[in-house]
Ligand binder design. Sequence first.
Ligand code: SF4
Length: 228
Amino acid sequence: MDAESLRRVYATLLDALGAQDWWPAQTAFEVMIGAILTQNTAWTNVERALARLRERVALDAEAILGLDPAELADALRPSGYFNVKSQRVRGFCRAYLDAGGFEGSDALATPALRAWLLAINGIGPETADDILLYAFHRPVFVVDAYTRRLFERLGLLAGGEAYEHIRHAFEEALGPDVPMLKEYHALIVSQGKAVCRTRPLCGACALRRDCPAASASSSDSPVSECSS
Ligand code: SF4
């Protein structure tokens, strides 16, 4: 995983797709709740759940814990798995308050903050890194399914690497450039949704000239599907 290749992919995606300016949220706490709710569902469903929650209560940890658990679950219904997610949101709110809210948790160094997040029920590496990057502005790289698919097709990942291996490789290559790390993850998601989909639209892809997965079926047509 060399820095030059990763920076070239970044520059190409930024040029082709434009700045994504993530994360779509008004506060750091909203980023945290959104990161929990977006597990296994589309962001549009999270937006609907957050809007329903906002109708009932202010988006802060104390107010959410003051809400009847059944009402919280009902508010989160559009995000799917709403009973599990309401328990996770309540558990996160308790841990967040115990840690001293944003000020208390933000006082932790990144490794300790990451360990604290991972110790909370329902928060795995991807959710923890979403929160670290977009709520706490820490220099971490978020690895998701879009990342694996895109970089495997580009030949920069072999496939099957552990989450931590990929995260470290990207962080080492890109350095602690927080705005770039935020933008890069957002661009990967956008590319994964719009172009490098399950059935990729290689003819419309700005990366196709450097992509081994596109070479077998490369075409000058505006939209073509490659075989990977
Ligand atoms: S050329 Fe095709 S497989 Fe390669 S990155 Fe683009 S869409 Fe994905």
